[in-house]
Design a protein around this ligand. Structure first.
Ligand SMILES: [Zn+2]
Ligand SMILES: [Zn+2]
Length: 361
């Protein structure tokens, strides 16, 4: 298995971001990311996808879009559309129609920042997802880098603190987002998660105070998606896009907050005598099946079955657990960074189906 680091949900000057494709790509080349997916608001930018190389580093730049109904007040229900390869903003008026059309075009739809707080101080309403009756979407943006600012900032003092010390900000996905994900999984649906940066690199200036709010390079070192793929990038744009989108579609990935410590090398598998299953895989129950979690460094591991923690290990780099029940299994890891316990890894699930009954004599 190869691991590709993919940072997605980025805004450029084609919508309300301050960086153009060139400067965003240059920022990406300074970090460890392999793939970036730009998602400007209600516009599918054409003709700017491709590989960029500098001093032995390579980044593949891809384009999707973030679609929402601009006539709606407040403007809730943002959808990240990836791989549809055609403009989808025309379907923004109805979230289910949008999801259906994206699916018909072979694309992926992730409900963006499904839960967030408002920030009255700067007149920012919460733009959570509200139309939960929708079906057929690929997954949720479980953890949104910029949206978390609206969660943690409750005063001007907080705002200044996180503006100047952005590494203090991220704590983990919001609890309601995790609970909704488990609820959807427990209802028998297949729902994958991604982490998004929602990078805008907003330029802030007040009197002598001048700052870029969370520059692109900062986001590329923070909340990433680690895609588990058979082979690394081939250099064929069509082939590589297919591989990346398939990994996102299947949930062959985990969200890694790479700022406190790189998450590259995290592995969650269920194995039996014959095969090894990764996140996104469906496994039919067998005797002797075992889940194994390995981390690149010590952290706290929670092993979760159908939304409930069934095993928890502190300050360790491995966990092993027998699989005796069908259901949905996933892993969360957290660690201490800058004085607080913070979310570090959120794996997509492995789905375990009931096996055929054995006859006992
Ligand atoms: Zn949004
Ligand atoms: Zn956005």
């Amino acid at each position: 298995m190869k691991e590709l680091i993919c940072n997605l949900h980025l805004h450029s000057t084609y919508s309300d971001g301050t960086g153009d494709y060139r400067s965003i790509t240059q920022a990406a080349l300074k970090t460890e990311v392999d793939v970036i997916i730009l998602t400007d608001h209600n516009i599918l930018v054409k003709g700017l996808e491709g590989y960029h190389r500098d001093q032995g580093r390579q980044v593949l730049v891809l384009t999707g879009e973030e679609v929402h109904d601009q006539n709606r007040v407040p403007q809730k229900n943002h959808t990240l559309v990836i791989g549809a390869e055609k403009e989808m903003a025309g379907f923004a008026h109805d979230p289910q129609t949008l999801i259906n059309e994206v699916s018909r075009a072979g694309g992926l739809s992730f409900l963006a920042h499904p839960y967030e707080f408002d920030l009255p101080m700067i007149h920012e309403p919460d733009i959570s997802w509200v139309n939960w009756e929708v079906d057929g979407f690929t997954g949720l943006e479980l953890w949104n880098g910029l949206s978390e600012f609206k969660t943690v900032v409750r005063s001007l003092r907080d705002g200044i603190k996180y503006l100047f010390l952005p590494e203090m900000m991220a704590h983990g996905p919001l609890k309601p987002a995790l609970a909704k994900w488990d609820e959807l999984l427990n209802s028998g649906r297949r729902v994958n998660v991604v982490g998004g940066s929602d990078a805008h690199a907003i330029k802030f200036q007040k009197a002598i105070l001048k700052r870029t709010v969370f520059p692109y390079e900062f986001h590329f070192s923070a909340i990433n998606n680690h895609l588990l793929v058979e082979e690394g990038l081939s250099g064929s744009l069509a082939l590589d896009k297919a591989v990346i989108y398939e990994a996102l579609r299947r949930g062959s990935s985990f969200i890694g907050y790479d700022l406190p410590a790189p998450t590259r090398g995290f592995r969650f598998v269920i194995d039996d005598d014959d095969n090894e299953y990764q996140p996104g895989d469906v496994f039919t129950m067998k005797d002797g099946a075992t889940a194994r979690v390995n981390l690149p460094e010590n952290a706290n591991i929670r092993f979760i079955h159908n939304g409930k923690v069934i095993s928890e290990q502190k300050n360790t780099n491995r966990l092993t657990c027998s699989i005796t029940q069908p259901g949905v299994y996933r892993v969360e890891c957290s660690l201490y960074f800058l004085g607080e316990e913070r979310g570090w890894v959120y794996s997509n699930p492995i789905y375990v189906k009931p096996g055929s009954k054995r006859l006992t004599l």
